[in-house]
Design a protein around this ligand. Structure first.
Ligand code: ZN
Length: 155
């Protein structure tokens, strides 16, 4: 399944303000560090146990969380706020994955200690996410199996 079709079905595509007859659409992105947004991985291309076509949004949140933990194990993930390298799976309580929903949707690995800087970190992205009332979802609780406590966390 194409990621774009999945994102469209999950209502994760965001129209961008633009001049001209065509309004660009922003698909979700994954942060690998401060202002370092990249295209999310497709589980079908990585042999994940659940095919994308069968995933709920919660399943995809879980996949992204596991993906970032695995990437952190190899030293490839930095905090979206302070840009310091994140620890791997051995120290999962030191950082969390947040799903931010605003002008576009993105997943952000952030140190627990950097939690207060998330809004500022979002402002450093290009283009910045400038949405009052931005909602942040703590994906890590979902990844750890603490239940579906993915509700709005304020911000
Ligand atoms: Zn940090």
């Amino acid at each position: 399944m194409e990621l774009r079709a999945f994102f469209a079905a999950q209502r994760l595509l965001r129209p961008q303000p633009a001049e001209g007859p065509i309004t660009p659409i922003a698909p979700p992105a994954v942060a690998y560090g401060r202002a370092d947004l990249r295209q999310p991985p497709n589980p079908d291309e990585h042999g994940y146990h659940t095919p994308l076509a069968q995933m709920t949004l919660l399943d995809y949140h879980r996949f992204i969380g596991e993906w970032l933990v695995a990437a952190a194990d190899t030293g490839r993930v930095r905090c979206a706020v302070c840009d310091r390298q994140l620890a791997g799976a051995g120290e999962p309580q030191l950082w969390r994955v947040w799903a931010a929903e605003g002008a576009y949707v993105c997943w952000l690995p952030v140190h627990a200690a950097c939690r207060q800087g998330v809004q500022r970190g979002l402002g450093l992205l290009t283009p910045p996410i400038l949405v009052p009332g931005l909602r942040l979802y703590d994906v890590s609780a979902i990844v750890r199996g603490d239940g579906a406590s993915g509700g709005p966390q304020g911000g």
